[in-house]
Design a protein around this ligand. Structure first.
Ligand SMILES: [Zn+2]
Length: 285
């Protein structure tokens, strides 16, 4: 897969100036917090920290301040990427329809696929699952490497049509109630399975729901990024994604993205998307 969208160009002068700014801002924050004990200076203090971030959007300033005030222990950088990702609004509100399908595509409770969307070039695996060609190649490499290490896994779900997803969600609501269903199953149009890049794994002979806690799941969590997959829903990012941890659900994002997320400790596709796809200053087409 060739991606030309992310180009890292580090200008040493600019990097130096940025470092100086960061130090000055850090010193400023320190001085203000010392001088104004309990003085309600949070908005102004964090305002400078917000504005120093490369993915800061001046139009969202009031939302950063409101979200920061509601989450006083959250670092300013996290406040900004979360608001950029729309996470200050309740799930399934302020929904954006996706128009750019250059990978990685962010599909979540604020970003839906257009009505009638169908991924191109779906292929069948030997176990009868459909996924995009790149996902299939990466999945087969992952599955075979796991097998060589003594862990026998396969994909028991991959592409799902929007009609299938609708039925699947409605069934979950009937069985679990709406609130619990929403923590496990995306609504129609909001599923990565519809995009053809998500797979649900199981130990051979078992079900996807039984994957969590197995030695196979542990191996997958550790090794999936080197095959271009991320564990999309973790316990740590549950409040970002709105889903409970699902170690069986992997999303193909390509080795470059998965590797950068691992290296930089980026815990969700939402954060990656803000920093490197939607707002990154080093991103160009
Ligand atoms: Zn899944």
């Amino acid at each position: 897969m060739s991606r030309k969208r992310v180009k890292l160009k580090i200008n040493p002068i600019r990097a130096g100036l940025t470092a100086v700014c960061v130090v000055l801002i850090a010193f400023g924050v320190f001085s203000v917090s010392v001088n104004r004990e309990g003085g309600g200076g949070d908005a102004g203090r964090n305002g400078a920290a917000y504005a120093s971030l490369e993915y800061y959007d001046a139009k969202l300033r009031q939302r950063y301040e409101a979200y920061g005030a509601a989450n006083p222990n959250m670092p300013p950088s996290e406040v900004v990427w979360r608001v950029d990702a729309g996470l200050d609004a309740p799930f399934y509100s302020n929904v954006r329809e996706i128009t750019d399908f250059t990978p990685p595509v962010l599909v979540n409770k604020h970003n839906r696929l257009p009505d009638g969307y169908e991924p191109e070039g779906l292929m069948y695996t030997s176990s009868g699952q459909m996924m995009t060609a790149e996902t299939k190649t990466a999945y087969e490499a992952l599955r075979d490497a796991a097998g060589e290490a003594g862990f026998h896994i396969n994909a028991v779900a991959a592409y799902r049509s929007v009609e299938y997803q609708k039925g699947y969600y409605n069934k979950a609501v009937m069985e679990r109630g709406k609130e619990a269903a929403d923590r496990r199953v995306p609504r129609a149009g909001f599923s990565e399975h519809h995009l053809g890049v998500a797979i649900d794994l199981a130990v051979v002979g078992g079900g996807a729901d039984e994957f969590a806690g197995t030695r196979e799941a542990e191996w997958v969590a550790e090794n999936a990024p080197s095959f271009g997959f991320i564990t999309r829903y973790t316990a740590e990012n549950a409040d970002v994604t709105g889903y409970d941890a699902a170690p069986e659900h992997l999303t193909y994002v390509g080795a470059e993205v998965a590797g950068r997320m691992s290296a930089e400790g980026i815990g969700s596709l939402e954060e990656y998307w803000v920093r490197y796809v939607a707002y990154g200053i080093n991103t160009s087409d």
